[in-house]
Design a protein around this ligand. Structure first.
Ligand code: ZN
Ligand code: ZN
Length: 372
C-alpha cells in the first residue's frame, strides 16, 4: 500500500483519543504485509521495529500520533470522514502515513546501524495523553535511545519547508479551576456576609502577576451567579497556565495556591484550587536541531520558527530523552487545523518521508559519535 492510500484510509475512518481500535488494527495489518515486526502499545497504539544492517542497542525512536477530533468534516473530499462527527482535522493521519512510508523505505533498504523503533501513538489530543501511557510501559528498556523524533504538519509553511526551533518550542499546559466559597446573602448586609465576588476579583488581579516572558496565566471564565442585591455563596473561576520552563511552571503552581490562601485569610472565604496538570514543555535539544538543520542540506528549505504557546504531549518524551519535534509544511491552502475544512497538501507526505528517512539514517549512523 502506498503512503497516500494509507493516509486516505485513516482519514476516512477517524477515531477519537484512546479509541483508535480500528486504526491500530489497520496499521498493524499494513506493517505485517511489509514484513515489519510490530506489537500493540498503550492499548490503542502500535510499536514497530526495523533493524539496521548491524543491529545493536543504539536506537532512534520515531513517533507519530494517530487520533482524530470531535469535528464534522466539511471538505467534500472523496475520502472524507465516514465516521459522523469525527475528523482528522489536525493532520495526525498525515503523520501516521509519513511514519509508515519511512518504515517501508528503511525496511526495504536498511542503510543504518542499530535499531529504529516507531511509535504510532494514541491520544495526543486528550489529557493525560497517550505519550504518558506509552512511556509507562518502558518500551525502550534495554536500548540506548539516541534521539526521539516527531513532527507536526503546519499550514504556516509551504510544501518542501521544514520548521525548526532550538530549545524551548512549545509550552506546558495546565487547566485551572477555583471555587471561592463563603456565606453570601443580602448585598445590603455587608457586615454579615462573606464577599465572595470581591475576593474572586482580587484573586484574578493577583494571579495576573504570574505573567512574564515565559509563563502565561489567563482566567477565561468567571461565574458569580448572584443578583443586584445578592452576593452568591460561591464564585467559580477557570483559566489556563502555560509555560516554557518546568521550573517556572512549578513556581506558578505554588503562587496560585498562595494567592488563594492569602485572599481567604483576608476575606474569610474558603477557596478550593484544582490544577489539572497537562502536557510538559516541548524542548528541542539544540545540538540535535543543529544536526537536523545540516541533514536537510540544500534539498529542504529550513525555516527557523519561534516558540509557540500551544502544547503537545511529545513534551513527555522531551522530559526523558534527547528529542526533536519539527514542523512540516502542508501549504497555506490547507487552512487552519482543528477546523471542518482542514485539507493538508498530500505532496507533503513525500517530502515528509524523504526528510524523516534521511534524518533517521544520519542520526542512527552519526549523531553523538565521532562521525558527526
Ligand atoms: Zn490538534
Ligand atoms: Zn496535532
Amino acid at each position: 500500500m502506498t503512503p497516500i492510500e494509507f493516509r486516505r484510509h485513516l482519514h476516512a475512518h477517524p477515531e477519537l483519543s484512546f479509541r483508535e481500535h480500528a486504526s491500530a488494527a489497520f496499521i498493524t495489518e499494513r506493517l505485517q504485509e511489509e514484513g515489519i515486526a510490530c506489537r500493540p502499545i498503550a492499548d490503542t497504539g502500535v510499536l514497530a521495529i526495523v533493524e539496521g544492517r548491524s543491529p545493536h542497542n543504539r536506537a532512534v525512536v520515531l513517533r507519530a500520533d494517530i487520533d482524530a477530533l470531535p469535528i464534522s468534516e466539511a471538505t467534500a473530499l472523496p475520502y472524507a470522514s465516514q465516521n459522523e462527527g469525527i475528523m482528522h482535522a489536525c493532520g495526525h493521519d498525515m503523520h501516521a502515513a509519513i511514519l509508515f512510508g519511512t518504515l517501508q523505505r528503511l525496511h526495504r533498504q536498511p542503510d543504518f546501524d542499530g535499531t529504529v523503533i516507531a511509535i504510532f501513538q494514541p491520544a495526543e489530543e486528550c489529557n493525560p495523553g497517550g505519550a504518558a501511557k506509552v512511556l509507562a510501559e518502558r518500551p525502550f528498556e534495554g536500548y540506548d535511545v539516541v534521539a526521539v523524533i516527531g513532527e507536526h504538519v503546519d499550514s504556516g509553511l509551504e510544501v518542501g519547508e521544514i520548521g525548526l526551533c532550538a530549545g524551548r518550542f512549545m509550552a506546558s499546559n495546565d487547566e485551572l479551576r477555583l471555587w471561592v466559597r463563603g456565606c453570601g446573602g443580602h448585598a445590603a448586609n455587608r457586615a454579615k456576609i462573606t464577599d465572595t465576588v470581591t475576593a474572586a476579583a482580587h484573586i484574578v488581579t493577583m494571579l495576573n502577576a504570574v505573567n512574564d516572558e515565559q509563563t502565561l496565566l489567563s482566567i477565561g471564565r468567571i461565574v458569580a451567579d448572584g443578583a443586584t442585591n445578592v452576593v452568591p455563596d460561591e464564585v467559580y473561576l477557570e483559566g489556563t497556565l502555560r509555560s516554557f520552563d518546568e521550573g517556572a511552571r512549578r513556581t506558578a503552581w505554588r503562587i496560585i495556591e498562595g494567592v488563594a490562601a492569602s485572599i481567604d485569610s483576608k476575606f474569610g472565604t474558603t477557596t478550593a484550587v484544582d490544577i489539572n496538570h497537562g502536557y510538559p514543555c516541548v524542548i528541542n535539544d539544540p545540538s540535535l536541531v543543529d544536526f537536523a538543520r545540516k541533514a536537510a542540506s540544500d534539498d529542504f528549505r529550513i525555516v527557523e520558527l519561534s516558540p509557540r504557546m500551544t502544547s503537545e504531549d511529545f513534551g513527555r518524551y522531551c522530559s526523558e530523552y534527547t528529542s526533536l519535534f519539527y514542523r512540516l509544511g502542508v501549504g497555506a491552502a490547507a487552512g487552519g487545523s482543528h477546523t471542518p475544512t482542514f485539507n493538508p497538501d498530500e505532496r507533503a507526505i513525500e517530502t515528509g518521508i524523504d526528510y524523516m528517512c534521511r534524518l533517521t539514517i544520519k542520526t542512527a549512523n552519526e549523531y553523538g559519535t565521532a562521525k558527526e
